[in-house]
Design a binder for this molecule. Structure first.
Ligand SMILES: Cc1ncc(COP(=O)(O)O)c(C=O)c1O
Length: 427
């Protein structure tokens, strides 16, 4: 059994422990294991947003745009350097993940005229699958969906970890494939796909790749430039701690920026924006990929959190994620596997990010009851999966340990069985 003294020793040695007190924590007894869904609020964000409201918007009014105008690029450079392994001039922080996904995919497809097939996987996040289905319909393309879903035909867990293997992808690559798109971390199982090797294979086929890094950014040591990534998108509100609905980001590799163009030609992408000319002429660099006025309020939240990530260093953050998920798996083996749970996340820490996923026939009720009865916030995803995360800047090892003790006690007690139907459709 892992003891409290052991996890307290891990916390004492943790170089990131000092960041925990930099986040708002209203309830010291809460075990928040859902930082992979929505990160905590940094105290500095409150200060920076208040300062922006009072001293910039409030005082400067429209004059503020003289220095806000390029902020999506400036914060993009910060996000790229702090968390994507991207040198400056390749990232914009703007719009939503879904919008950025749509435009990245459309840009990639247009760059491979004559090719009519696009590839995604069934375990990918729903918005990506739905958007790609829409694009296939709009452009009359053949959509191939690799069947790696965690559920069998009967709806139960089929033993898969959902990762994309080279051997599996090879079966689908033909000279008709324009675009392949995957998530770096599978949102449900937590499996980490091999960005470098899969990208290499896709390029060998003459196709382009769009990576969704939503569950990887801020927890996996991403190296987009080194791994020759074409395009990538993701959010900032999970391990990025930038707040609900905070602006997302898009990465366009420098090598493709002249070749690619966006499906929405907004005025922020215009070469001489304030000449207000009659014809669109794409601006150079990342400005050519920006549609419209960014949310400066949202950008300040992103800036504050990613400055913290930069200072903490992603290598140190990812090391803590590996130790924390290993701790969770050890506790899973000790106390949850005997209670009927199955682990759906890879056991090799190089093949996962910050969350693990466990399957149980009563997972929905257990996840709901833990919030009500045990002051533990996990995350639930169909079918029957509970996701549990370490967000390295905000969780102590002891919080994780305590959460697991409470989960095991709760399942042993069987108290969740008395819960009625869920009142909210949000999980
Ligand atoms: C992997 C992944 N992609 C895309 C999205 C969609 O993000 P948004 O609603 O911000 O567009 C999410 C949301 O959680 C996600 O987890």
């Amino acid at each position: 059994m892992i003891t409290q003294a052991q996890v307290q020793e891990l916390d004492r040695k943790d170089p990131l422990n000092k960041y925990i007190s930099e986040f708002v924590k209203n309830d010291p007894n809460l075990c928040y294991l859902d930082g992979n869904s929505l990160g905590r609020l940094p105290k500095q964000t409150i200060e920076n947003i208040n300062d922006f409201l009072t001293n910039e918007w409030g005082k400067e009014l429209v004059n503020g745009w003289t220095h806000w105008i390029d902020e999506a690029q400036r914060v993009g450079d910060l996000v790229g350097e702090a968390s994507l392994g991207a040198k400056s001039g390749q990232v914009l922080v703007t719009d939503t993940t879904s919008i950025n996904f749509y435009r990245a995919c459309k840009a990639a497809i247009s760059a491979r005229p004559g090719r009519k097939t696009i590839i995604i996987d069934e375990a990918n996040f729903p918005t990506d699958r739905y958007i790609l289905q829409g694009i296939a319909k709009e452009l009359n393309l053949k959509l191939v969906t690799i069947q790696n879903d965690i559920r069998s035909d009967s709806g139960q867990y089929n033993g898969s970890d959902e990762s994309i293997t080279i051997a599996e992808l090879e079966k689908y690559l033909t000279d008709d494939v324009a675009l392949v798109t995957f998530s770096i971390i599978q949102y449900r199982s937590g499996a980490l796909n091999d960005v470098k090797e899969l990208t290499k294979l896709i390029h060998k086929n003459g196709s382009l790749v769009v990576w969704d890094a939503s569950h990887a950014i801020g927890v996996v040591d991403l190296q987009f430039d080194r791994d020759d990534v074409d395009l990538a998108i993701g959010c900032t509100y999970k391990y990025g701690n930038s707040g609900p609905g905070a602006p997302a980001w898009i990465y366009v590799s420098q090598k493709l920026q002249n070749e690619l163009s966006m499906p929405i030609q907004g005025w922020f992408a215009q070469k001489d924006q304030f000449i207000m000319g009659s014809e669109f002429e794409k601006a150079e660099g990342m400005r050519g990929f920006q549609i419209a006025s960014p949310s400066i309020l949202g950008l300040r939240c992103v800036k504050t959190s990613f400055e913290m990530i930069k200072a903490a260093s992603l290598r140190t953050i990812s090391e803590k994620a590996a130790i924390g998920t290993s701790l969770m798996i050890e506790m899973f083996d000790e106390s949850l596997a005997p209670l009927g749970f199955e682990l759906t996340t890879p056991r090799d820490s190089n093949r996962r990010g910050g969350h693990i996923s466990i399957h149980h026939i009563d997972a929905e009720k257990i996840a709901r009851g833990l919030r009500i009865d045990k002051n533990v916030i996990p995350d639930y995803r169909v079918p029957n999966c509970i996701r549990l995360a370490i967000s390295p800047l905000t969780n102590s090892y002891e919080e994780i340990w305590q959460g697991f003790i409470r989960i095991a006690d709760y399942v042993k007690s069987g108290n969740y069985q008395h819960l009625g139907e869920a009142k909210s459709s949000v999980t």
